[in-house]
Design a binder for this molecule. Structure first.
Ligand code: C5P
Length: 311
């Protein structure tokens, strides 16, 4: 009987893009990317419990505002669970409880982490043993960042961002994230990027940025990585949310080695060279942005995994 099965909790990480190189728009509407993802220690926990019907509930952890998260069939964790059930021929509904530490619509792939954690939790609950590659293929149907939420650590992403190759890294990197109460729509930021480029834009292709990020990661140098951070969506994000320019400058003024818009924004990622330096940046920024908008985290961390099975 499915109701007698234990609940399973899985945890998946947020990401920051160390490099986000945006190529031309494709026929399917997505853009070809060359990106470097790093998984960081802000997490989503998804608990799945056998239930009479499919459902989802959401809770904000550490002050995360979850008011923008849908609780209907469009919820990404719920879609992930139902997709896996459908493909595996499982007819055992679950209730999903999502505990969110990652900012909503913040450019840190919180929704994708929900999907990744839901896939791992349901796979364990139903005893499917799908494997990482199988779950990643399903995840790619749900969103470009879901496969990375499953893999975690540090990886180069190509295609839509769903084709991943691990990157050699040394040590940990220490981040401060400046959250934005507003949120930005990812499609809107990509569209603004296209609009700013105009119809005559041609892709300059490889320009050494990827190699610079890879060398900094191999060497474990926060200073070199800070110098190599770049994001082709930053200009578009700053055009749609002009205060981000000031946030980036404030982060540098507060002592961060580097500052970059995370993904499509509006979260700003500040790189520091130690956990203590990250705390100093938080202290320096608090009077301007308020402590409630600041989070510290480190990376790389592992991808989605089962946390516990409560008998
Ligand atoms: O795959 P995901 O659902 O995260 O994508 C959200 C939106 O972001 C897409 O509908 C598309 O507008 C944009 N996007 C893109 N190119 C990518 C990834 C996302 O244009 N590689």
């Amino acid at each position: 009987m499915s109701e007698n099965r234990p609940a399973v909790t899985a945890r998946a990480p947020a990401k920051v893009n160390l490099l986000l190189q945006v190529g031309p728009v494709r026929d399917d509407g997505f853009h070809d990317l060359v990106t470097v993802f790093q998984a960081v220690s802000l997490h989503e926990d998804v608990t799945v419990t056998p239930a009479a019907d499919w459902g989802v509930s959401v809770e904000g952890a550490g002050g995360t505002d979850v008011s923008g998260v849908p609780l209907d069939g469009s919820n990404l964790a719920l879609r992930a669970a139902r997709l896996l059930a459908g493909r595996a021929g499982v007819d055992e509904p679950v209730h999903l409880h999502v505990r969110k530490e990652v900012p909503v619509a913040g450019g840190m792939a919180g929704g994708s982490a929900d999907a990744a954690a839901a896939l791992v939790a349901c796979d364990a609950l139903w005893g499917l043993h799908t494997g990482l590659d199988g779950l990643a293929a399903l995840g790619a149907e749900l969103g470009s960042d879901v496969p990375f939420g499953l893999h975690g650590r540090t990886a180069v992403g190509t295609g839509r961002g769903e084709q991943l190759v691990p990157v050699l890294t040394r040590g940990s990197f220490h981040w401060v994230f400046v959250l934005d109460p507003a949120g930005l729509s990812t499609p809107r930021v990509f569209a603004e990027c296209d609009r700013r480029r105009g119809p005559g834009w041609t892709d300059p292709g490889a320009d050494g940025r990827l190699e610079a990020v890879e060398a900094a990661l191999r060497g474990g140098s926060a200073e070199a990585l800070a110098a190599a951070l770049s994001n082709d969506l930053a200009e578009a994000a700053c055009a749609l949310a002009p205060h981000l320019t000031r946030t980036l400058a404030a982060g540098r003024d507060a002592g961060a080695l580097g500052a970059v818009v995370s993904g499509s924004g509006p979260t700003v990622a500040l790189l520091t060279d130690s956990a203590a330096a990250a705390r100093d940046v938080v202290a320096a920024l608090t009077p301007e942005v308020g402590e409630g908008r600041l989070r510290t985290a480190s990376g790389p961390v592992v991808g989605a995994r089962v946390l516990e099975a409560v008998a």
